[in-house]
Design a protein around this ligand. Structure first.
Ligand code: NAG
Ligand code: NAG
Ligand code: NAG
Ligand code: NAG
Ligand code: NAG
Ligand code: NAG
Ligand code: NAG
Length: 917
């Protein structure tokens, strides 16, 4: 009984270790990174003030923040990265980022900022990256760059700048990257940025460039000028052109007297050219488009090319050629004839008509992309010359069927992308010969049937994506041959299983399985039987759920001995025995059970000594939590219970206290957890003061009931078995007395003084001198005072308990502050427990002030004692004070004598009589 009561108290008050924040969560493992994005945050102060001071990165993206108070982040002296993009900031009034001397990157993109005060960025002496894209800035404010001595990257794209001059905003010796695209800039001056290597000026359609515009930027290597008059680029000085490595520009071919080759003249070092030919009409026989030595990487966008017999007549050393959205139609065996060194060929967004020998000679090609070309059928002769091809992309075409052996020539192929086509089925020989294939993506087709043995040759396949199809069955024979497969994605299909199935039995290397969202409109995933996961002993991560019907056999997860991460989302697990299902998962690190209709969490749902670090049970209907759950998860670091309506009653009082005061386990969004009843809106606000007393009252109630029953029983026995009982009782009494004396001899102190630190003056000034001063001829009274006699290093509770049990009495010095102090109530309760357990009423109450009875209402036990008048009131009148001390000392001494003489027959009520006076 004593132990149980003590345990109750310890549970209530143990300051073990939960913490959490408002609208933010700490990124586990990278504890100095805080994520607060997408949380509807309006008032930044209340959110930021809770975060730990040693935070180095805060992401406040996608909220509705309108203003940042001055110095809002000043607490975080070590802050390095701050993301405030996608908010509603409109005016930066200054000093927002004060004291952030270590900040490296600041993202203010996608706000409504139109005005920035000149000292907004003051003190950001380490800032390297400043992103201000997508705002309403019409000018650059103050000496921005002087304030930022380490700045390297500035993005001002998508604003309303009409000009940009570094002389107005201060120069910079460190700025390397400047993005000014999509503004209305007409004049640009970047002469005071000597370190500039990259400048993006595209889509400033009225921009005028002088020949010497970049003469001071001797490091400039990338110049992007799409939709800017090409004359500006051509007119640049020879020095500027010679240094360029990457350029992009637009040409309106039919209006311009020049061709691409004219523009590239003098750019001897350029290695990457991106040309936009939007709106241009090229002559029908445009063999001269690229009749010059073209750079290693050439990207041509939006040219209306049509049928192209040959792109160039000059031999080319270009290795990467991109012809994107160029209206290409017929291409023949001579189109790429001169591009013998080609390694990458992109023909996306055309309508190419490929001949059987189109790719003749491209033996070096490693990557061919034919996305969005309306291809319906693939001729198996196309790929025959492509002996080196590693990667083939055929996304977003209209392929309905793949011939047998269609890729058989591609023996070096490692990656094949077929997503977004109209494939309805896969046949046995479709992927024959692809022995080296590692990655195959077949997602977003209409596949409903896969023939057995389809993947037979794919002995090296690691990654298979079949998501977004209409597959209703996968069986061991369908998946046979995939010995090395590590990832399979079956997301969004129509799979349905029966309890006897074991579909993955051959996938012995599988590490990742994703099979959520089965059966839109169908019968759901069905029964996960005892053999379902057989063979998956290497599986590390699994996602399952979002399906109408799913039952899990209790032994289903037994083969998953390596599982570390498990997501079960959007299924009804109410009737599943979680304890039985999860029991085999000894190595689990992360468990996500979101939207699983859970009402409770069983206390022991993982095996003992499990290694779970992250538990998320978001969006369920959990109302109360038991402490046992956490006791059984010794390594837990994140416990996410957000979007559950917790009941704010005494049942959860422990959780509130623990969640706020522990330091090890994060409760994400703790200050957003809401109550299910109207008393307070949030869990953290709920007043649990009365709860700990409720529990002690309950204990008292139960023990009284037990005693009553015992008493009735004894009376009955007495009545019936009078003489025998009387004898027995005497025996017991003698025993007890013996033991009591034994215990009495051990008392180290006469009284333990329980008081609030606010009343220290009275205790030290009055009580201690008066009680410890020996009367003539009497032994000195020994008092136990916490600041004096507590063993340093031992837990506070341990000390309190020891003090109460090694003192004959506990004197509670009751004042208003005593009643408010948590530790004092512990002391009081422990003393009450002692009364209950070994029958010694050790409590002496000394009231220093009159406390109205209604103030005592939550302190049920205290009230009961007050009603019994077993207390002393400290008299204000000095004349009466002497009498007070005499009475108090008598009480302490009397019972001491009694104890020592062994005449313990006098009950508590009797020896307290003198107190009543
Ligand atoms: C941050 O400070 C707390 C103590 O205030 C400490 O426990 C924690 O380890 C620190 N975190 C980092 C990442 O330094
Ligand atoms: C923002 O929150 C802080 C602290 O929680 C509070 O003092 C302040 O008044 C709030 N500001 C606004 C505008 O609501
Ligand atoms: C912040 O969060 C947004 C939204 O999820 C994300 O796009 C962005 O990359 C994050 N920023 C950083 C610096 O991680
Ligand atoms: C830039 O201009 C081109 C046309 O020249 C247009 O296609 C593109 O969308 C523009 N970019 C932006 C970001 O507005
Ligand atoms: C290219 O194709 C044309 C017509 O299809 C054919 O006459 C010619 O022989 C082919 N050239 C080579 C080298 O195969
Ligand atoms: C759940 O399974 C566990 C372990 O097999 C078993 O001890 C427990 O009784 C089961 N609970 C229910 C409600 O069936
Ligand atoms: C957390 O601990 C502090 C100091 O130990 C205490 O003042 C506070 O009341 C505790 N909070 C809760 C919710 O118990």
């Amino acid at each position: 009984m004593a132990r149980a009561a003590l345990l109750l108290l310890l549970l209530n008050f143990s300051v073990c270790s939960g913490f959490g924040f408002r609208s933010c969560s700490q990124n586990y493992a990278e504890a100095d990174h805080i994520w607060c994005f997408n949380r509807m945050i309006v008032n930044i102060s209340g959110v930021v003030s809770m975060l730990p001071e040693n935070t180095t990165a805060i992401n406040l993206s996608k909220n509705v923040i309108r203003a940042i108070p001055p110095g809002a982040f000043a607490r975080f002296a070590g802050l390095k990265h701050l993301d405030l993009s996608q908010n509603k900031l409109f005016n930066l009034k200054g000093e927002e980022f004060k004291s952030l001397h270590l900040m490296v990157s600041l993202n203010l993109s996608c706000n409504n900022i139109s005005n920035i005060h000149s000292n907004t960025f003051e003190g950001l002496t380490s800032l390297k990256v400043l992103l201000l894209s997508q705002n309403y800035l019409s000018g650059v404010f103050g000496l921005l760059f002087y304030l930022l001595p380490a700045i390297e990257v500035v993005d001002l794209s998508l604003n309303r700048l009409r000009s940009f001059s570094c002389e107005e905003c201060g120069g910079s010796l460190t700025l390397k990257y400047l993005n000014l695209s999509v503004n209305n800039i007409q004049k640009v001056n970047v002469s005071c940025f000597p370190a500039l290597t990259y400048i993006q000026l595209s889509n400033n359609t009225e921009l005028e460039l002088r020949p010497d515009t970049f003469d001071s930027n001797q490091q400039l290597s990338t110049l992007l000028l799409q939709s800017v008059k090409v004359e500006g680029l051509m007119g640049l000085s020879g020095q500027t052109k010679r240094d360029l490595i990457h350029v992009s520009f637009s040409m309106f071919a039919e209006k311009s007297p020049w061709m691409i080759c004219d523009v590239l003249r003098e750019m001897d070092n350029v290695s990457k050219v991106e040309v936009d030919l939007k709106g241009s009409k090229l002559p029908a026989s445009n063999t001269s488009l690229l009749d010059c030595p073209t750079p290693p990487t050439l990207i041509i966008n939006e040219a209306k090319l049509g049928n192209v017999a040959r792109l160039s007549s000059e031999m080319s050393s270009t290795s990467k050629l991109y012809l994107i959205n160029c209206g290409l139609k017929q291409i023949s065996n001579s189109t790429f004839e001169v591009f013998t060194a080609l390694k990458t060929l992109y023909l996306n967004k055309n309508s190419v008509d490929i001949k059987s020998d189109t790719f003749r000679g491209l033996t070096e090609l490693t990557f061919l992309s034919l996305d969005r070309n309306r291809i319906r059928n693939i001729d198996l002769r196309w790929f025959v010359p492509l002996k080196s091809l590693h990667r083939l992309s055929l996304m977003k075409n209209e392929i309905t069927e793949l011939e047998p052996n269609v890729f058989h020539a591609l023996t070096q192929l490692e990656q094949l992308y077929l997503q977004f086509n109209l494939l309805k089925s896969l046949k046995k020989k479709t992927f024959s010969n692809l022995y080296r294939l590692k990655k195959l993506n077949l997602s977003l087709n209409l596949i409903c049937f896969i023939e057995e043995g389809t993947f037979q040759d794919l002995k090296n396949l690691r990654y298979l994506d079949l998501s977004g199809n209409r597959i209703s069955r996968v069986t061991p024979s369908i998946l046979s041959g995939l010995k090395k497969l590590t990832h399979i994605i079956l997301y969004n299909n129509r799979l349905h299983f029966r309890s006897y199935e074991a579909p993955f039995i051959h996938l012995t290397s599988l590490e990742y399985l994703e099979m959520r969202y089965q059966g839109p409109g169908g019968s759901g995933i069905g029964d996960i039987g005892p053999d379902f996961f057989k063979g998956l002993q290497k599986l590390k991560c699994m996602q399952i759920g979002n399906s109408i019907k799913m039952t899990v056999h209790p032994g289903a997860f037994a083969p998953l001995i390596s599982l570390k991460i498990l997501y079960i989302y959007g299924v009804n697990l109410k009737d599943t025995n979680l304890t039985a299902v999860l029991l085999p998962l000894k190595g689990l690190l992360k468990l996500m059970l979101n939207r699983a209709d859970l009402d409770t969490l069983p206390a022991h749902f993982l095996p003992p000594n499990n290694s779970l670090e992250i538990l998320r049970v978001q969006s369920n209907h959990i109302h109360t939590l038991s402490k046992e759950i956490l006791d059984n998860l010794p390594r837990l670091r994140v416990f996410d219970i957000s979007e559950n309506q917790l009941s704010c009653t005494c049942d959860n009082a422990w959780f509130k206290t623990w969640a706020i005061n522990n330091t090890q386990i994060q409760v994400p969004y703790l200050y957003n957890l809401e109550c299910d009843n109207g008393r307070s809106r949030y869990l953290w606000q709920f007043d649990d003061k009365a709860c700990s007393y409720d529990q002690i009252s309950l204990t008292l109630f139960i023990s009284c009931t037990v005693m009553d029953v015992l008493f009735v029983f004894v009376c009955l026995a007495w009545h019936i078995q009078g003489p025998t009982m009387r004898f027995l009782l005497l025996m017991v009494k003698a025993r007890l007395r013996g033991r009591k004396r034994g215990a009495g001899a051990k008392f180290q102190y006469d009284a333990f003084i329980s008081y609030s630190s606010k009343d220290e003056d009275w205790v030290m000034g009055q009580l201690v001198p008066n009680l410890e001063r020996p009367d003539v001829g009497a032994p000195r009274l020994r008092l136990c005072l916490h600041h004096r006699d507590f063993r340093p290093g031992a837990a506070v509770l341990e000390n309190i308990e020891a003090a109460i049990y090694s003192s004959r009495h506990t004197i509670c010095v009751v004042t208003r502050s005593y009643l408010q102090s948590e530790w004092c109530s512990v002391e009081f309760q422990l003393a009450s427990v002692r009364l209950l357990c070994d029958g010694s009423d050790v409590l002496l109450m000394v009231f220093l002030e009159e406390i109205p009875e209604h103030c005592l209402s939550p302190y049920a036990r205290l009230r009961r004692i007050v009603h019994r008048k077993t207390y002393l009131l400290w008299p204000e009148n000095p004349v009466e004070q002497d009498a007070f001390w005499v009475r108090l000392k008598d009480t302490l001494k009397d019972s001491k004598d009694l104890d020592e003489e062994g005449e313990g027959d006098v009950g508590g009520e009797q020896w307290l009589a003198p107190l009543i006076g």
